[in-house]
Write a new protein. Structure first.
Lengths: 627, 72
């Protein structure tokens, strides 16, 4: 609670106590009025003052003015009838309680969300004359060496020059598994160093570092307003004047009609009272506060889960996503080649792999590296002699004195060896040992561990169609698409083709549902910006991705896509709940008030109660852990 | 030119009013008030002096909402 809130709380308590206390005093007439005036002024003086200033500045539909008119009117009726003053005081009291609660709740969620995003480093350690000195990260120049001790946040992006440690990246990625880092590795600001002391040579200024960019992005995200927010702003602008005019009409027209038209008594008091209840309901606070609060909480919750959403508008679009188009390499697959299978082998798989790895041991080609990796042991180069690389074909060599040939079908034909074609997608290494065909090894890009699950969970989240675009061969694409259960794939595309393909898909899908493109942000920036919503993944440290996309997944787990969609759905559901709930209750109370069923108390509920419920509901958008 | 200012305001509706008041100020191309982060992002028209315009924005905001503050 800040000072303002404390002061208000004291005023609320005093005024409420006085109001209840005076109820038991046997005052009557002017004395009663005078005594009840005290709690009224205690709770409402600032509102009355504000209303007066509002009139002076010609802002007639200020809510303080409405509250003032409503309560002064209620007081006047009470004086006239020497009746119930508590109603007027209660209206003011509850209005203030509502305002107090709103300010408290908003302040609390502001703090909550900034705690969730508590990645801002306060200082950087620099070694000076053998001692550590804490300096403002802003003052550290590029190329300086900073020291990060266990438990501290990495303040600036850089490269580790000394030490090894595990890094907790959960604040950035939502991933709880620590990541190992050692000398020579790039390190990203915002991670928490867990075990060892690290010396880091900075490669960026603080303002350009990942942590600053992310904070900037999240803080400004809620400034990009969504359609629902724009709707509420417009609605609020119309709603208040409309209710005020109908209140005036309600106060004047029915009595006139009764008096002149029907010739019965006008009952001014009743109708003015009903008009005053209108004024109490006229504040659109519940809507105006809860909608931006929902988006703010939704964006905050999402960033805590490692999903950065660049604006409320994108959260809204994301929730309407029905079509998801993926880039293949780096998005659904790891972009790393791996031995997938060994076929038609006469000898043991391991033996064949050993021959292949040894024969290719001189090469540093990705294919050769994947063979070494599959072999799994150190390759002893002394066992290999007579290595001959035949460009575009493969390698022949002697391994342990045995003649080994490893390469494509051309190599086999060149050597006059019969080979068996493979029906698998990927790069095929045919092997011949001692001049005889010994089988082939299939090397292909591996799917990410969660890729299949990700596609399934997108379907479960209501995505109608999934598609994949790739520059890779048709065979490889077909294999991945079938394996992951994608509905559609387009292969052998140049980067420019991807844009036109996405445009084609957007045109084909019609207006309903939005199309999201998911890429790794490295060379698909144009596609990311062309899609209804661009999602970049594996963005830790990649400026290009953060720049180009609307939604940024901090790690490269494709499962996060459906999570992001579910977070946005929850947020939008809350937004619509609040819109319907608040407008609905207010309209019902207006009708009940007009026919005289609703009194001032119900009007207070329609104003303050609805606002409190809507705010509490809005805060729910923050909780996304179990989605 | 775009600039961001810290503001203080109590209610969300008042923030909307401030936004409108800022938008209507001469020399302001566009303005967005973010109630949740208590920030006002102002885009100025070409060749305008941000300081002078902001004084005017502040005055206009005070007119619609007495209880607000823009930290210039």
């Amino acid at each position: 609670m800040n000072k303002k809130q404390k002061k208000m709380l004291i005023r609320i308590v005093i005024s409420a106590a006085l109001m209840v206390g005076f109820h038991f005093l046997p005052f009557a007439g002017p004395l009663r009025f005078a005594s009840y005036l005290i709690p009224y002024l205690v709770i409402g003086y600032d509102i009355l003052l504000k209303a007066f200033k509002g009139i002076r500045n010609r802002q007639p539909f200020d809510e303080s003015l409405l509250m003032s008119v409503a309560t002064i009117g209620a007081m006047a009726i009470a004086v006239y009838e020497d009746g119930d003053y508590t109603e007027a005081i209660a209206v003011m009291l509850f209005y203030q309680i509502g305002e107090w609660f709103q300010s408290y709740a908003v302040g609390k969620s502001r703090r909550n969300i900034s705690e969730l995003m508590d990645i801002r480093p306060d200082y950087a350690n620099i070694e000076k004359d053998g001692r550590l000195e804490q300096v403002d990260p802003d003052e550290v120049e590029i190329g300086s060496v900073i020291i990060v001790r266990p438990g501290e946040k990495v303040p600036i992006d850089g490269v580790i020059t000394e030490g090894r440690s595990s890094l907790n990246t959960s604040a950035l990625t939502g991933e709880s598994l620590p990541r190992d880092a050692e000398e020579g590795d790039e390190i990203i600001s915002g991670c928490i160093n867990m075990t060892g002391v690290l010396k880091v040579k900075t490669t960026k200024e603080f303002g350009e570092s990942t942590v600053s960019k992310i904070l900037d992005l999240v803080e400004n995200a809620s400034s990009r307003k969504s359609k629902s927010e724009a709707f509420i702003t417009k609605f609020a602008r119309i709603y208040t004047p409309a209710v005020v005019y109908s209140a005036i009409a309600l106060a004047i027209l029915p009595p006139l009609v009764r008096m002149l038209g029907l010739g019965i008594s006008a009952e001014w008091g009743t109708w003015i009272y009903r008009a005053l209840t209108f004024l109490v309901i006229s504040c659109p606070c519940a809507l105006v506060i809860s909608i931006p609060l929902s988006f703010f909480a939704g964006i905050g919750g999402a960033s805590n889960a490692g999903v950065l959403v660049k604006g409320s508008n994108y959260l809204e679009t994301l929730s309407q996503t029905r079509y998801v188009v993926f880039d293949k390499t780096g998005t659904l697959t790891q972009g790393v080649f791996e031995v997938n299978a060994v076929h038609h082998n006469e000898m043991e798989e391991e033996k064949l792999l050993e021959y292949a790895a040894l024969a290719e041991s001189a090469s540093s080609h990705p294919i050769s590296r994947s063979l070494q990796k599959a072999y799994g042991r150190e390759t002893d180069r002394s066992r290999v002699t007579d290595i001959q690389e035949i460009s575009g074909n493969g390698v022949t060599a002697r391994v342990d004195g045995v003649e080994v040939a490893a390469g494509n079908s051309k190599l086999m034909e060149r050597l006059g060896i019969d080979w068996i074609d493979c029906h698998h997608a990927g790069t095929i290494i045919h092997m011949a040992v001692n001049g005889e065909y010994a089988g082939h090894i299939v090397i292909s890009d591996v799917e990410k561990p969660h890729a299949k699950e990700a596609v399934q969970s997108l379907k479960a989240a209501g995505v109608v169609k999934t598609a994949m675009l790739t520059g890779d061969s048709r065979k490889a694409a077909e294999h991945v698409a079938a394996d992951l259960g994608l509905d559609e794939f387009h292969a052998e595309l140049l980067p420019a083709d991807k844009v036109s393909k996405v445009e084609e898909l957007i045109a084909k899908k019609g207006d309903r549902g939005k199309l999201a493109f998911v890429g790794d942000g490295i060379n698909d920036a144009p596609v990311l910006s062309r899609a209804d919503i661009g999602i970049a993944m594996g963005a830790m440290g990649s400026d290009a991705a953060i720049e180009a996309a609307d939604v940024v997944l901090m790690d490269d787990d494709p499962l996060k896509i459906s999570k992001a969609i579910r977070i946005s759905r929850k947020c939008l559901r809350i937004v619509y709940e609040n819109i319907w709930f608040a407008i609905g209750i207010k309209l019902i109370c207006l009708v009940l008030g007009a026919v005289g069923i609703a009194n001032m108390w119900l009007a207070i509920f329609a104003d303050v109660g609805v606002m409190i419920i809507a705010v509490l509901n809005a805060i729910r958008a923050l909780f996304v852990k179990r989605l | 030119m775009k600039k961001s200012y810290k503001i203080d305001v109590d209610c969300a509706n008042c923030a909307n009013k401030m936004e409108q008041a800022a938008k209507d100020t001469a020399g302001v191309k566009d303005a967005v008030v973010n109630f949740m982060t208590l920030k006002m992002n102002v885009e100025f028209e070409e060749g305008q002096d941000a300081k002078a315009v902001m004084q005017e924005v502040r005055r206009n905001c005070k007119k619609v909402e007495d209880d607000c503050e823009i930290f210039l």
